[in-house]
Ligand binder design. Structure first.
Ligand code: HEM
Ligand code: SF4
Length: 550
């Protein structure tokens, strides 16, 4: 894991002191809410429907066990005993009192955690693969580059007031687990002729005008990463629209001037700075690498006896098949911890669960935890021989639901329960859906389905890229939802297609069930996934069934 140095720690402490003074001035009335807003947004503090909300970054999704304990402490001491993991490797606390925010931030800063770059029109927390440095399918640890971007972008004088927020995601594996194609910039690490570099994708994003990003460079040698990012950001900063908040994202600029013209401007800018001070030589990359301490992996072999024996228990075998993935080091495994219990709000964890996960990480996973964009947690380095014991412990904590990647592994935004922009609720709908599909056997038969819910068109719940997307559209007497099918967030990202008129809240779960029943009937074989069937058949047969009973 990356270990913060003295410079980082001093910087965070100074930020807390500065914020403490800003809060004091707000509480005394010296600052009104409007004046306070840009200051709090520099520190991840939002104003929601009922209270201030604190969003804390988990850079590249990596947490130490002690950092997880610090989050648990904040949940317990300052909030209502839980935190909410988001789709961008952040955690949100929904109920912290303004007067206690500086203390909460000070406690977090001691653990190297903060809310910088989690709000405001700056370069946000760079996200990446939760399986980084653990999966056998990656070519290099993408977190090195996320950290390099963090150091370059934090307090970057040119890019602190961009036209709009700016999100970057990186992956270094064949399977994209970071949704890079729906980010302002997506970076895919790959190799060409023995050299490592990036495919650079620009202009992806969701919200009211969703776009899949466009590749503007197939291969950028890695030592040019920062100069090229600087050129893209300058092109956006100079030409992005500031006249209309809805048209201010880079995706609109790329769309309006066209990918070719955008690329031309970037390349022109880049030509001037390409070999300047931002060039990353091998020594600079190695210096960052030295901060990422690999665990001292034990020499073990795959499939130890205790694991083989445990698989005789069907409940363990089901969890193993669902939540455990191969690791690059023999005798180890990657474990996903589902934060989607039946009937629970997606992505929430209580202080007790966070503390317990920290203890389990220390016991079984070299003290490391990751946050995934699907709002689940990952233990990236678990010894296979410890899997049965880990499973028993997780099960006791309500954290072993074998539903990763299945219909009840729902991404949902906070919706009308918390958010002042919402049209409709997201969380209760997600809870109802998990109850309808609580039967693990049935869910496993339906197989891989990503269902994503947003409470309004801002699309925080990624509904456009859900295999099934649900969008809250209005709230007359009853909330209504639109349904889209066929979206994908991975390396073949595409946006879902609307199947027809919005349905009232009371019917959504039935409609989803009819769509899935149709899939089970229409699939060529159980190995044809839901998304593959939608792509083969188009939305028509599903649409027919969805509205048939109305
Ligand atoms: C309740 C507090 C929240 C508010 C007021 C809020 C507000 C917004 C707004 C206004 C946008 C659209 C911005 C734009 O496209 O320019 C947006 C986008 C987004 N938000 Fe939130 N959000 C909230 C919570 C969350 C949470 C909890 C998550 C994660 C679960 C989240 C993740 C996202 C993501 C991923 C986008 C994607 C759209 C994109 O960047 O293209 N937000 N949010
Ligand atoms: S999608 Fe809309 S309702 Fe949901 S959190 Fe974002 S802004 Fe709020």
């Amino acid at each position: 894991m990356y270990v913060y140095d003295e410079f980082d720690r001093t910087f965070l402490q100074e930020r807390v002191d500065e914020f403490r003074d800003q809060v004091r001035r707000r509480l005394s009335g010296e600052l009104n809410e409007e004046e306070f807003k840009p200051l709090r947004l520099m520190n991840g503090v939002y104003l929601q429907l009922h209270a201030y909300m604190l969003r804390i970054a988990i850079p590249y999704g990596t947490l130490s066990a002690d950092q997880m304990r610090a989050l648990a402490h904040v949940a317990r001491r300052y909030d209502r005993n839980y935190g909410h993991f988001t789709t961008r490797q952040n955690i949100q606390f929904n109920w912290i009192k303004l007067e206690e925010l500086p203390d909460a931030m000070a406690d977090l800063a001691r653990a190297g955690l903060h809310g910088l770059q989690t709000s405001g029109n700056c370069i946000r927390n760079t996200t990446t693969d939760p399986w980084a440095a653990a999966t056998p399918e990656e070519i290099e640890d993408p977190r090195l580059y996320a950290e390099i971007i963090r150091q370059w972008s934090t307090l970057h004088p040119e890019f602190t007031y961009l036209p709009r927020k700016f999100k970057i995601a990186i992956t270094a594996a064949k399977h994209d687990r970071a949704a890079i194609r729906v980010h302002d910039i997506g970076l895919r690490l790959h190799q060409r002729d023995g050299e490592t570099g990036f495919e650079v994708i620009v202009g992806g994003g969701l919200g009211r005008t969703p776009f899949v990003g466009k590749t503007i460079r197939e291969f950028l040698p890695r030592h040019h990463l920062l100069s090229y990012l600087e050129a893209v950001l300058r092109t956006y900063n100079a030409g992005g629209r500031r006249d209309n908040i809805y048209k201010a994202r880079i995706k609109i600029q790329v769309h309006e001037i066209g990918t070719e013209e955008f690329t031309r401007r970037v390349e022109e800018e880049w030509a001037q700075i390409k070999d300047g001070a931002l060039t990353l030589d091998d020594a600079a990359i190695d210096a960052i690498r030295a901060h990422f301490k690999e665990p001292d992996f034990e020499a073990l072999t795959d499939e130890p006896e205790v694991l083989v024996a445990a698989k005789a228990d069907s409940a363990f075998a089901r969890w193993f098949g669902n939540s455990v993935a191969p690791h690059k080091v023999p005798g180890h495994a990657i474990v996903t911890i589902s934060l989607k219990p039946v009937g629970g709000p997606p992505g929430d964890a209580t202080a007790e669960q966070m503390d317990a996960i920290a203890d389990l990480a220390d016991r079984f996973a070299y003290g490391e935890i990751r946050v995934a964009h699907e709002q689940n947690l990952t233990l990236p380095h678990v010894r296979q021989k410890d899997l049965p014991e880990l499973w028993r412990a997780l099960d006791k904590l309500g954290l072993a639901t074998p539903n990763v990647g299945l219909i009840s592994d729902i991404i949902a935004c906070p919706g009308l329960d918390y958010c002042s922009l919402a049209n409709a609720r997201s969380i209760p709908l997600a809870q109802d859906l998990t109850k309808r599909f609580a039967d693990h056997e049935r869910a496993a038969d339906i197989g891989r389905v990503h269902l994503n819910i947003s409470g309004c068109i801002n699309a925080c719940g990624h509904h456009h890229v859900g295999h099934i997307g649900i969008l809250g559209v209005e709230k007359k007497d009853e909330e209504f939802y639109q349904i889209t099918l066929g979206g994908k967030a991975n390396h073949k990202a595409r946006l879902g297609e609307l199947i027809g008129p919005a349905v009232p809240e009371s019917e959504v779960v039935d409609v989803v069930e009819r769509i899935l029943d149709a899939y089970v009937e229409l699939r060529q074989s159980p190995s044809e996934t839901f998304i593959a069937a939608v792509q083969r058949l188009g939305i028509e047969p599903f649409k027919e069934r969805a509205y048939a009973a109305r």
